[in-house]
Ligand binder design. Structure first.
Ligand code: BGC
Length: 282
């Protein structure tokens, strides 16, 4: 095939026009987002995916922890040409959760979307759970989203603009998980928080939804993933017969963050390869 020859200037102009068109049609162009706990795992995949789709994304790191992983996420987002302010704060502390939202608003010049992703889990039989572990799990997984969402909703109310809240929950917002009672309680609580706020914040134009991942290959379940005795029965419970990837969750977060999901609120999207409702008899 003979291609027509075009001048360098013309080629540059074409490329620039293509870029403008591309930016225009990227689903999340101009959106400003805070993704909590984006230094690793699902949070990092979500932050990067939203940035790929055009969003600027604020990333937090807890004061007493290494800021390296969060900085790495910021660097990767900036390479995509998006802004990624790094914000210090610990979601488990209500005052910090509020400050993180305020710092994101300041760093990005507003905040359209909040992704409550940060989470921890501690394994122990119910009879042995310590007060400390119980409190830590509830503080990060439930109190954090509560107070961050409150600060976010106040901001959207004040600027008279709609918004979206996306909580990263778990199949364990429904499904019992022996030895993880506090974790299940926090995810069950997150489910009811989402349902309540979908109604209460609807007059402000704020939608609230959960994503419920199943078993995803991330650092949170590293112990389980590296123990064949635990991993084998888990895989046998997953109809699609594989663990999920962070990117499986990130794609759904990008959809929920986009205008395609404007009419969705008060619901959970399960991303689990069929794990939650798997039941069979011989
Ligand atoms: C937990 C994982 C667990 C998965 C499926 C997730 O919420 O973080 O540890 O493997 O649920 O049970």
């Amino acid at each position: 095939m003979v291609l027509p020859r075009i001048s360098k200037t013309y080629a540059h102009a074409l490329r620039a026009a293509a870029f403008v068109l591309y930016a225009e049609f990227m689903r999340l162009s101009g959106k400003k987002v805070l993704v909590t706990g984006a230094g690793q795992g699902i949070g990092q995949a979500i932050a990067l995916r939203l940035a790929q789709e055009g969003a600027d994304v604020a990333i937090d790191y807890p004061r007493d922890q290494d800021r390296g992983p969060a900085e790495e996420t910021c660097g990767r987002i900036e390479k995509l040409g998006r802004r990624a302010p790094l914000i210090e704060g610990d979601v488990s502390k209500p005052a910090d959760a509020q400050r993180m939202v305020a710092a994101s608003v300041e760093g990005l010049g507003g905040l359209d979307i909040l992704v409550n992703n940060a989470g921890i889990e501690r394994r122990a039989p119910f009879l042995d759970v310590t007060e400390q572990d119980y409190a830590a799990v509830i503080a990060v997984d439930l109190n954090g989203p509560f107070f961050a969402t409150q600060a976010f909703a106040r901001h959207r109310r004040d600027v008279k603009q709609p918004g979206k809240v996306i909580n990263i929950s778990s199949v364990h917002e429904e499904l019992p998980f022996p030895n993880f009672t506090a974790y299940c309680m926090s995810k069950g609580g997150l489910k009811m928080m989402m349902r309540n706020l979908a109604i209460e914040l609807a007059p402000l134009g704020i939608t609230v939804n959960n994503i419920a991942p199943g078993a995803i290959e991330t650092p949170i379940n590293q112990k389980l993933l590296s123990d064949p005795k635990l991993l084998k029965p888990l895989l046998e419970n997953i109809p699609l017969a594989r663990l999920g990837k962070s990117s499986d969750v990130a794609g759904v977060a990008a959809f929920l963050a986009s205008a395609d999901a404007d009419y969705i609120t008060g619901t959970t999207i399960v991303v689990d390869g069929g794990l939650l409702w798997n039941y069979s008899e011989q």
